[in-house]
Design a protein around this ligand. Structure first.
Ligand code: MN
Length: 489
């Protein structure tokens, strides 16, 4: 059976504290959502602002396959704004718990039913598809909840949705709640929140209980602890349930996850399922060795399934197999004795509490193989001007293959300015900085700063570090070391 997906990244997801998206960012995300096969896109809440309406309109004009909806309260003013935006449907949200009805709306249950019916009528009179969403459904009196829906359906509501607004369902109670609506003649959706970390589990139970659509956001962003995470839910349905499928192109999941993380600035925890940095990373020697023999031993799915690549991490738990793999990826071929020697040196470094970067690995390998690499780029001079009234500006002098090259750059801060000054030089042109991580090794402002970065050139990714008392020098040192590593291939 096909389960449909309503994506609310652009509405509930944008309600993540501190997040607001520009119309262009919203359009980019909507484009990708449509491409990946989402069935419904909740593009925003039309009442919010003029800018919000502009971006919803922009989305409705694209002629997407997905049905475009706006959030709406059961009020004519909200619905009129939705109509202005040319959406096909509304997510009409009606609070149904006594707590919400009396404390928030200061109404009686009877008044609430009238409000809901009138709103559905008004929407249907104006040609809108209506998903009637009961807010706080999981804390509502079940017979009253049913009567709100029955009334709404008689007025023409096309679908109904149960919202676990504060995330208090459990997989058992979710199954039970949704089982109550099996005989309803319209599709039922589940809208779950993640306050107890159960949103995905509750959504899966809702589906087993009879829901045929679920609401989710990319990376699970949303108010408080967020919403049901799109990627976890879709992949679970695909991999763990044989009786259900979705229309989602699973191998594009990682792309859309990265796009949303970049646009919202809400970064993904490394151990997050499916899309986290470590979801397909292995350090342990026993695991790496087995995975090279047969990846199913320690992976429940291949990384390629969701558009990713497996990663072996260098560290003290790694064995010679994983290490040999990483060395080969860096273009280094070693014999058994050399491999063992490199492995020991890495474990020694890791035992001192250090993260081992590719540049460290290269240095260790060079040492063991007795190779003397001449770095092609040497930083000769770096000058920074920064303060509260000037735009941070950097000038650099580097020696590249023996030639002196000068350049300057500006940036949001001194580190950004220094990196920009380097980036406009030829040697750095097609190198992208994809990760930047800073740690103060000791306490005070005189601490040594450890900067670890990841650089990408084509499909090659290397990590590098710089450790200095000065954060700008440390950053530049790491950057130059990484580029030297990339230039070696
Ligand atoms: Mn919500």
């Amino acid at each position: 059976m096909k389960i449909k997906v309503l994506d609310t990244t652009l509405r509930d997801g944008e309600q993540t504290p501190g997040v607001s998206l520009t119309p262009l960012e919203k359009l980019r995300i909507a484009n990708k959502l449509d491409e990946i096969g989402v069935d419904y896109i909740e593009a925003g809440s039309a009442i919010t602002s003029e800018g919000e309406r502009e971006s919803i309109k922009e989305v409705t004009q694209q002629g997407f396959n997905a049905e475009i909806l706006s959030f709406s309260r059961p009020l004519t003013i909200d619905i009129d704004y939705c109509l202005d935006c040319d959406v096909e449907g509304v997510n009409l949200v009606v609070p149904t718990s006594d707590l919400h009805i009396s404390d928030k709306l200061k109404m009686t249950r009877e008044e609430l039913i009238d409000l809901s019916n009138n709103a559905v009528d008004y929407c249907k009179d104006h040609g809108l598809t209506v998903e009637l969403s009961a807010e706080d459904a999981s804390r509502s009196d079940i017979s009253f909840l049913k009567s709100v829906y029955q009334n709404g359906i008689e007025c023409g509501a096309d679908r109904i949705c149960l919202c676990d607004t504060v995330g208090i369902l459990t997989p058992d109670s979710s199954f039970e709640l949704f089982s109550n609506f099996k005989d309803f003649k319209v599709p039922v959706s589940a809208h779950c929140h993640n306050d107890f970390g159960l949103a995905v589990a509750n959504t899966l139970s809702a589906i087993k209980g009879g829901a045929t659509t679920f609401h989710s956001t990319i990376n699970g962003i949303g108010e408080r602890a967020g919403n049901t995470s799109f990627e976890e839910c879709v992949v679970s349905i695909d991999r763990l349930f044989s009786q259900f499928t979705t229309n989602i192109k699973i191998n594009e999941i990682y792309d859309i996850s990265k796009l949303v993380a970049r646009s919202t600035g809400v970064y993904i925890q490394p151990n997050k399922a499916i899309v986290g940095e470590n979801a397909f990373a292995h350090e342990s020697g026993i695991h790496s060795d087995a995975i090279i023999k047969n990846s199913a031993t320690y992976e429940p799915m291949t990384p390629e399934l969701v558009g990713r690549k497996r990663k072996f991490v260098i560290g003290k738990h790694m064995g010679t197999h994983g290490l040999d793999n990483r060395l080969k990826e860096l273009g280094l071929h070693v014999n058994k004795t050399q491999l063992q020697h490199i492995c020991n040196d890495i474990k020694n470094l890791a035992d001192k509490g250090k993260t081992v970067t590719d540049v460290d690995l290269q240095a260790i390998a060079d040492n063991v193989l007795e190779i003397n690499h001449e770095d092609r780029i040497k930083l000769d001079e770096l000058t920074i001007v920064s303060g509260n009234k000037v735009m941070p500006t950097a000038s650099v002098k580097i020696i590249f293959d023996g030639d002196e090259v000068l350049n300057a750059g500006v940036g949001l801060g001194p580190v950004d300015a220094a990196i920009n000054a380097l980036k406009s030089l030829d040697a750095f042109s097609d190198v992208d900085l994809i990760e930047y991580h800073v740690d103060a090794i000791t306490g005070g402002t005189d601490a040594f700063i450890d900067v670890i970065i990841k650089l990408q050139k084509g499909d090659k990714v290397v990590s590098a570090r710089g450790t200095e008392p000065d954060i700008i020098n440390a950053s530049v040192k790491a950057y130059v070391a990484g580029v030297n590593r990339l230039l070696r291939d």
